[in-house]
Design a protein around this ligand. Structure first.
Ligand code: GLP
Length: 244
């Protein structure tokens, strides 16, 4: 879906999510959302907050699982994805805190594997992800599934690609401050979602979008695996779509 600008595109995605939430509310059922961080989804979150404040959209039946978190990372750090999600969404809506799940960057190393297995189990017990929101990194990563991630990978600790760390360097005031690891849902976890919406804006994303949509499916560009999903849309502005 190619939109005139990221504002309209973000509205489109927020609207789809809001519709599903309302529909499930009528049925007395929950909605499970897979959520992403980064600059790309912020406008979409702004719209969800607006729908809550101005139209009374409730998030009481919403369960969320975030894709990833840097490791190690304290939740109150300005770089943490916990803080990001609170600031952009959770602090402004009526979601139950117990329904929010974000990979834990404070774990001891030896506890990470168990945490990741439990994360997968919680997603399954919640009924699976109804809509997975994604951005895309310059390396073609989704979540923090860097080149080399297998299609069946599950939630785990990963080493970040140098390109990804370079892209994050200005936020962290220098490459040396960017963590070298992260905990991320796997490609397999993402592929199990019933629906996937990947958003991308700006010319800087146009080359990786072309590779993801039109390129050969391969581990060196993990986003190409999405071509195998039967309900995945790329939501783009004109600039991100300019190389297609
Ligand atoms: C980080 C996140 C990804 C995100 C990517 C792109 O690496 N872990 O989930 O998609 O950044 O970020 P941005 O949306 O700021 O371009």
């Amino acid at each position: 879906h190619i939109h005139d600008n990221s504002q309209e595109a973000s509205f489109y995605v927020a609207n789809e999510i809001a519709e599903l939430i309302r529909q499930r509310q009528k049925q007395g059922k929950n909605v499970v959302l897979g959520l992403a961080t980064g600059s790309t989804p912020t406008k979409m979150y702004d719209f969800l907050v607006k729908f809550h404040k101005e139209e009374g959209l409730s998030f009481k039946n919403v369960i969320t699982f975030n894709l990833d978190e840097y490791y190690p990372m304290e939740p109150d750090s300005i770089h943490s994805y916990v803080r990001f999600m609170n600031e952009h969404l959770f602090d402004h809506i009526d979601i139950k805190k117990s329904n929010v799940h974000i990979p834990d960057g404070t774990l001891d190393k030896e506890d990470v594997r168990e945490f990741c297995e439990a994360y997968e189990k919680k997603i399954k017990e919640a009924g699976g992800i109804d809509i997975q929101v994604l951005g895309i990194g310059r390396t073609g990563h989704v979540g923090f599934n860097e080149p080399g991630s297998s299609i069946n990978s599950k939630t785990r600790m990963v080493r970040l690609d140098r390109v990804t760390r370079l892209d994050a360097a200005s936020d962290f005031f220098g490459l040396e401050n960017v963590p070298s690891k992260a905990i991320t849902m796997g490609v397999g976890t993402i592929m199990s979602a019933k629906r996937i919406v990947l958003m991308a804006w700006g010319e800087g994303k146009s080359d990786i979008i072309r590779q993801a949509v039109e390129g050969e499916i391969r581990e060196s560009v993990p986003a190409t695996f999405l071509q195998h999903h039967n309900n995945c849309d790329f939501i783009l502005d004109h600039a991100a779509a300019s190389s297609l």
